[in-house]
Design a protein around this ligand. Sequence first.
Ligand code: SAM
Ligand code: SF4
Length: 362
Amino acid sequence: MIETILNKADLSIQDIVYLLSCEGKDKEMLFSESAAVKRKYVGNKIFFRGLIEFSNICRKDCYYCGIRKENADISRYSINDDDILAAIQFAHTNKYASIVLQSGEIESPSFTNRIEKLLLRIKEETQGKVRVTLSLGEQTEETYRRWFEAGAHRYLLRIETSNPELYRKIHPNNPIHSFEKRLECLSTIKKTGYQTGTGVMIGLPFQTMDDLAGDLLFFKEFNIDMVGMGPYIEHSDTPLYQYRDQLLPLSGRFDLALKMIAVLRILMKNINIAATTALQSIDSLGREKALKIGANVIMPNITPGKHRNDYRLYENKPCTDENPEDCKSCLEARVHIAGDEIAWNEWGDSKYYTERKKDLEK
Ligand code: SAM
Ligand code: SF4
């Protein structure tokens, strides 16, 4: 059965559910196939993205997230532009050719201006050598365009789940938490010209195997260039915490996340897939395991020191006490364990995006 599925050119939703549920020998076959696809289509190079979580101020109240607006139990911070630039200089000097700026969601003219100016400074101060990914939530078309023109190359906006009903269950029911708006933003990001990344949380309350299989097909239908997905991890100061007894155990969510990465690698052979931090918070070798079976991107946290503990999306978020230098050497050793090489000083664009762009230009 599994051989037949793995030999198919197109996978149906039932095929994917079968793969996500397999165990024992079948699971080994799935992982060895996805590892082989990775080697063949994207090689053994791992791309680093220095992650800067520069602010936990957010206008939204997603039911799963520890930095949601209503959580009064955390101290809010916003790192100033000079400190962000110093972190980027650290990345640049240490041969990371790519960084990610992430924060809670703010939508305002002053935030748009601030990020635009920051992007122009990054371009100038690194002589355009550092690729910038933004992960700043839902914005207007004009804002996405201005940030793109100021030098941002990639944008990450997780769809969280591709099932609109499930989306509604994990968000408040109001216009700033609308599934349709999120989808529209993702389309706008792509249309603007960004390398477009999305992702989902795995193991959410109420989520089914069909939902997860649907997520993978959604990435394919949407021609997504990069994916960052990881296990959902509960946080005690959030509304979804009340459903904690209905969740798979953490080890089950971890296992499912690895299978999602493996099946995605088989479905979309040359996209970029991140080994996310949430994997590591469940299993200290979680990201290495993900690299082995299909992921090719890792995002070391280079957020300047004192605020790291305040960007707590979920419980036991790892590496919050380390400094960027520690993170870098620990990751280097970990990548070698997985049998891969770090592609220093390379932008690491998604091969899928490069091909997609060539097709568009024809
Ligand atoms: N505010 C922006 C947004 O929502 O797109 C970017 C930052 S947000 C913190 C980044 C991602 O964190 C979200 O897309 C969500 O998937 C993930 N996240 C939030 N809470 C989580 C949790 N409890 N477990 C796992 N991932 C979580
Ligand atoms: Fe804000 Fe993003 Fe967390 Fe939602 S997931 S509450 S938008 S930081």
